[in-house]
Design a protein around this ligand. Sequence first.
Ligand SMILES: Nc1nc2c(ncn2[C@@H]2O[C@H](COP(=O)(O)OP(=O)(O)OP(=O)(O)O)[C@@H](O)[C@H]2O)c(=O)[nH]1
Ligand SMILES: [Mg+2]
Length: 311
Amino acid sequence: MTQHAGFAAIIGAPNAGKSTLTNRLVGAKVSIVTQKVQTTRFPVRGVAIEGETQIVLVDTPGIFQPRRKLDRAMVRAAWGGAEDADAIVHLVDSVAELAAASKDGKPADRRAAADVASIVEGLKASGRKAILALNKIDGMKRETLLGLSQKLFETGVYSEVFMISAADGSGVDDLKRRLAELMPEGPWLYPEDQTADLPARLLAAEITREKLYLRVHEELPYSAAVETTAFQERKDGGVRIEQTIYVERESQRPIILGKGGQTLKWIGQKAREELSELLDRPVHLFLHVTVDERWADKRQFYGDMGLDFDS
Ligand SMILES: Nc1nc2c(ncn2[C@@H]2O[C@H](COP(=O)(O)OP(=O)(O)OP(=O)(O)O)[C@@H](O)[C@H]2O)c(=O)[nH]1
Ligand SMILES: [Mg+2]
């Protein structure tokens, strides 16, 4: 049989479940997931296989109203990922979308709905049709979604609609088969055993950032970054990784350290466990916390993530 291969970009508002869906389609963890909005900061690729077809998924940062420089770079990278793709999936958080339309919608829901509306406008302007995927339907009856599905479909920017749960996997196999049909003929783009293409240093920094967010998401609004400063193979087969956690204010340091350093210890332990598993060898992880109120304005930081500093 002839091989097919191409790119499918997953776009959507922050927190829609894009990274969860990417991991689900790939069948392995390639992108970090937290309950916080704006977790993904740069396009992350994951490779899924369906029969003779390789689908390179591009998980993108959430598309939202940017305020800071980093925000602008993230949103630009998200649209960039979509432009180059053979298929675009617009993933929508159905729970937030339905709540926003009801009288007890929270500000976060209304913000999410406004982001969805602006993505529809963006798709209109691009002239490209996307696949609409209504996510988070677990615990929901499909009938509840018919109105929403119709309202969005009538905008004219979608070719078709899927109702899925990235969390429990329902509907995801159908979506995957459809994406495979849309991939052009051509040789595979990655070796068949490769699922991710993040450099190990960056992957290691992402894993630590995930644990950090999971632990201190209430106290730490968007203002932390993690950089891998050393990554050394050891003679005994293990790897020694040193990382710096950047925060913007002195008051954030004790939050990350926790009482007697317990919080930082937890973050380090969880990150080390996951990294050992992913890298398939013992990991020795050393974390440092640095206060730098301008970390988000450093050119090098953007380059490391493949983001455009001059956005
Ligand atoms: N109930 C439910 N929760 C989901 C589903 N998919 C994702 N979530 C949750 O939604 C939250 C956000 O998921 P992510 O995958 O990080 O979302 P994202 O779109 O990548 O977010 P950003 O990277 O911040 O733009 C997490 O708490 C997920 O566990 C789903 O199908 N059902
Ligand atoms: Mg994400």
